[in-house]
Design a protein around this ligand. Sequence first.
Ligand SMILES: CC(C)(COP(=O)(O)OP(=O)(O)OC[C@H]1O[C@@H](n2cnc3c(N)ncnc32)[C@H](O)[C@@H]1OP(=O)(O)O)[C@@H](O)C(=O)NCCC(=O)NCCS
Length: 158
Amino acid sequence: MNRHLLPVGPAHAALLAGMHRICFAEPWEERAMSELLAMPGAYGLLVPPREGEEAAGPAHPRGFILCRVAGDEAEVLTLLVLPPYRRRGLAKELLAGAIDAARQAGATVLFLEVAADNDRARALYSSEGFEQVGCRPRYYGNAVDALVMKRLLVAPPA
Ligand SMILES: CC(C)(COP(=O)(O)OP(=O)(O)OC[C@H]1O[C@@H](n2cnc3c(N)ncnc32)[C@H](O)[C@@H]1OP(=O)(O)O)[C@@H](O)C(=O)NCCC(=O)NCCS
């Protein structure tokens, strides 16, 4: 695993919920976050503050990803990078770390859902090899469609 990423669990629920609130219009509460991280197969990775950053002011974690593995399938439950730290490749690092962990747990495919109007996230997932395999119409609270995307974690047979 990428040495900069830290595993997180239910004990980090308050921190993660606070970060989620900054990035999403419909944030997950601390309790929901804690229950989710306690589910079988759930795991999370955090980008911690940079070493020495405290000297320059309050140190903030930069982003995280939460996933779940069940059998040979894995799913990204949520992914975010806080606004000041975006466009530095951190989401790509988090995805790569999550993919390593999913492979180690035996997953051969990774699914996720993304809002059809989330251009940044769609650009990220397309550039990381995800393909759209489904659409859930008016899935989100604001009536926006959810696109289901998939990436194989093993090479398809030749
Ligand atoms: C989507 C999000 C996670 C991307 O995080 P990030 O750390 O900025 O992404 P990266 O720097 O790793 O970017 C990787 C690639 O994603 C795409 N991308 C990311 N931000 C983009 C933007 N603002 N515009 C266009 N493409 C973008 C690009 O292809 C980029 O590669 P490049 O920088 O080489 O062009 C971040 O914007 C975020 O947290 N948004 C709010 C929460 C959210 O929407 N999460 C996803 C829910 S499904």
